[in-house]
Design a protein around this ligand. Structure first.
Ligand code: TRP
Ligand code: SF4
Length: 331
């Protein structure tokens, strides 16, 4: 089967994923597997750029991401799944890019300023943190990716990656690196339990690792339309997070829910119960599959060994081309 191009994407291992990650990225990754040649990796060096101080959970976080990927349907027969730090070539290409990437390009990355402001509790005024978009460029260009599925916030990094590719090709008079494009799919946005963005740091997530009982508890305690006191009060679904969830999970029941809410014909408890049922159709089987994978960590390791091997072969080949055009292949 001929494929439409090379896709590469990575995720930081921040522990088990939540439903926001699922709808924002993972669901899309799974879908892309059949049409493209896909490379998906755990961006553990990236996690170190902000989390170098405490690495106690480093390995568990990687395991948790991997079991969520496999439970969601990333298929090692279709995609190459690997761990960034196992492919040392990423570090080498990052180093070589760092020789010619101007500091101004890194300082002007919006994520740089944003995260410096947000993560006041950590000391990230570091060389590694400033350089992380350069590492990201190395990740992407190593596999000569055509498309990179990412969220809006990462688009500037893709732009920087293209600039780095152009600069390298120009400096060493070659056409080694193609310019990758971001792949922005209409990601479905699922708010957190409190209506804000779903994020671990807000403590408002439904994790893919939550048991069915925990998912139920979380949904039943969501805030609804605050104006609604009695079941017969007309409600406003537009201000209700439960309704926002129904739009993603309840498909053809949505018009009826909206109508009954606006006309005071359904109570919030009943409405939430419906949601619990529909969310469980996705989360319960995922949870069960993830439990299975957790019992099979030897198989997960085998998958990674094979994925690493495939990735390493491509990376080694790219690096020998890089050394050649740079004339650093003395022997
Ligand atoms: N920087 C990305 C993030 O924080 C993760 C990442 C690292 C990545 N390298 C990548 C994503 C390469 C796409 C391609 O989410
Ligand atoms: Fe929200 Fe449903 Fe209650 Fe309406 S009935 S306010 S949609 S929980």
């Amino acid at each position: 089967m001929s494929k439409k191009g090379i896709i590469l994407s990575g995720m930081r291992p921040t522990g088990s994923l939540h439903l926001g990650n699922y709808f924002g990225a993972l669901e899309n990754w799974v879908r892309l597997q059949d049409e493209y040649e896909c490379y998906y990796f755990v961006a553990d060096y990236h996690a170190l750029t902000t989390g170098y101080e405490n690495t106690d959970d480093y390995k568990d976080n990687i395991t948790n991401v991997l079991v969520d990927w496999l439970a969601a349907g990333l298929d090692p027969e279709k995609s190459t799944i690997f761990i960034q730090s196992n492919i040392k070539e990423h570090a080498e290409l990052h180093l070589l890019f760092s020789m010619n990437v101007p500091l101004s390009w890194l300082y002007r990355c919006p994520t740089y300023k944003d995260q410096l402001n947000q993560m006041k509790d950590r000391n990230i005024s570091t060389y590694g943190f400033l350089g992380y978009p350069c590492l990201q460029a190395a990740d992407i260009l190593m596999y000569k990716a055509d498309f990179v599925p990412v969220g809006e916030d990462q688009v500037p990094h893709l732009e920087l990656t293209r600039e780095i590719a152009r600069r390298f090709n120009f400096l060493y008079n070659c056409e080694l690196f193609p310019e990758p494009q971001p792949l922005l799919t209409k990601a479905k946005v699922l708010p957190g339990l409190d209506g804000r963005k779903m994020s671990k740091s807000y403590n408002n997530t439904i994790a893919l690792a939550d048991s069915p009982e925990v998912v139920q508890k979380k949904i039943m305690s969501m805030i609804t339309d605050p104006q609604r006191i009695h079941k017969t009060d007309p409600g406003n679904p537009d201000v209700c997070t439960v309704y926002a969830y129904h739009k993603l999970f309840s498909e053809d029941e949505v018009p009826e829910i909206e109508h009954n809410c606006r006309n005071g014909k359904i109570g919030c408890v009943e409405c939430k119960r419906k949601l619990v049922k529909n969310v469980a159709k996705l989360t319960t089987p995922h949870y069960e599959r993830r439990q299975e994978w957790l019992k099979r960590t030897d198989d997960v390791k085998d998958i990674i060994r094979k994925g690493d091997e495939k990735a390493r072969e491509i990376a080694a080949n790219t690096m020998s081309q890089v050394r050649k055009v740079m004339n650093i292949d003395w022997l």
